[in-house]
Design a protein around this ligand. Structure first.
Ligand SMILES: Cc1ncc(COP(=O)(O)O)c(C=O)c1O
Length: 293
């Protein structure tokens, strides 16, 4: 096994230093591509089918249809992870519109680039923050309106979320929530949001990426008899919540202890956050949604 990470690119498994994307690849030039991120824990990939469903929805909506079948993607994802020898891994798979065939880039005439990149499992926050909670700001920058770029596209164009993260980090926060154009809270750069109020779990209903972890949490809440609702939330709802947490493939439920200067009143992590996070990690150790490596 090579010491270097192995990348899958257009049918080849190559050491990172040998993998090349053209400087005129439309993904690089225009952010014209889509991706997804799944993770492996203790040798099992979690909910690979759900991630592939979302990836193929992004491909379909972005008109990036190409020759690689769902089974071929599955095989490339498993094989790249195996070749990297990682039991705990973050696995990113990407398709871009690739290199234009002609001199003038015509989006109908392209050769797609397909990549699988595997890294050691990434937690969005360090251990202290996973235990004691993160601090969120509310960004002044809004997400794209759905009629410009529906947030359900998991697309490469992430400049706005990078700017929002920079704004948060430079203001001394760990991450930022952004609002949609009607002033409702949507999500953060790479996570969905939940709040708990009077024993009920709430999460924004629209204007978000449909997170696989979010879906898993709703599924677990049902199993744990925790009542939940999807609805529009304002920043005020978040300020007065008993518990707040974000969630993503990069670490499950992450408690939040402060939002825009307001200390969350309940304990951090709160009992429902804790119950959900425990159930999430327990589920990952079962074979229920596991694809073994
Ligand atoms: C904008 C955004 N929202 C939410 C999420 C969480 O999605 P998932 O739970 O599928 O990782 C992500 C993940 O990268 C994201 O980029």
């Amino acid at each position: 096994m090579s010491d270097e990470p192995i990348i899958y690119i257009n049918g080849d498994y190559l050491p990172l230093s040998q993998a090349r994307v053209s400087p005129v690849d439309q993904g690089f030039l225009l952010g014209d591509g889509v991706f997804d991120v799944v993770s492996a824990w203790k040798g099992n990939i979690f909910k690979l089918d759900a991630h592939l469903d979302r990836f193929f929805d992004s491909i379909q909506a972005a008109r990036l249809n190409h020759d690689m079948s769902r089974d071929a993607w599955k095989e490339a994802i498993i094989e790249t992870t195996r070749r990297n020898g990682l039991d705990d891994a973050s696995i990113r798979f990407i398709v871009t519109r690739g290199e234009p065939k002609g001199v003038v880039a015509d989006p109908r005439d392209f050769k797609p680039t397909c990549i699988v990149w595997v890294a050691p499992y990434i937690f969005l926050a360090d251990e202290e923050k996973r235990r004691n909670g993160i601090r969120l700001m509310i960004s002044a920058t809004r997400g794209f309106p759905a009629d410009t770029l529906d947030p359900r596209y998991k697309c490469l164009d992430r400049l706005h979320s990078q700017l929002i993260r920079l704004e948060a980090l430079e203001a001394g926060y760990d991450d930022a929530l952004w609002l949609d154009h009607s002033g409702h809270v949507s999500e953060s750069a790479a996570s969905n949001l939940f709040i708990v109020k009077n024993g009920v779990l709430y999460t924004p209903s629209a204007g978000i990426l449909r997170g696989i972890t979010r879906d898993t949490i709703l599924e677990l809440a049902t199993e744990l008899d925790i009542p939940w609702k999807e609805r529009q939330l304002s920043a005020f709802d978040v300020y007065i919540a008993d518990e707040v947490f974000t969630c993503s493939t990069a670490g499950g439920a992450l408690p939040v202890r402060e939002v825009a200067g307001r200390t969350i009143r309940g304990t951090t992590p709160g009992p429902i956050t804790q119950a959900i996070d425990n159930a999430y990690w327990a589920m990952r150790e079962t074979d229920r949604y596991a694809t073994p490596l």
